[in-house]
Design a protein around this ligand. Sequence first.
Ligand code: CA
Length: 133
Amino acid sequence: MKILIVEDEHLIANAIKKGLEQEHYVIDVAYDGLEGFDLASSGDYDLILLDLMLPNMNGLEICRQLRNEKNQVPILILTAKSQLEDKINGLNCGADDYLTKPFAFEELLARIRALTRRPQSTTTDSLSVGDLS
Ligand code: CA
């Protein structure tokens, strides 16, 4: 399972990276919005952890661009912005989930697990068992 962290605050990014590596995730970090967008566009990741306030390209813009490019990677927004409006904006831009800082690492882990077990697209073949499909 490969996760990209896009977060310009090195302390936070590195703490999350360390914690997730202990859970056996493979982690890349981008400390800049544009770099984060480029990496996320590569399609190499199972999940993107995305900060909103980033240098060069903000998180909402990254989210919107990825979805415009039909990139369906699960996106979890991690941000200090906790206003209802910010959450709604984030989700409307195509994010799958939203966690406000400060957060409990256990909650982050649980949300990552929930997002990565959802099917990534609806175009997968259906599975039939008996009368169910
Ligand atoms: Ca930031």
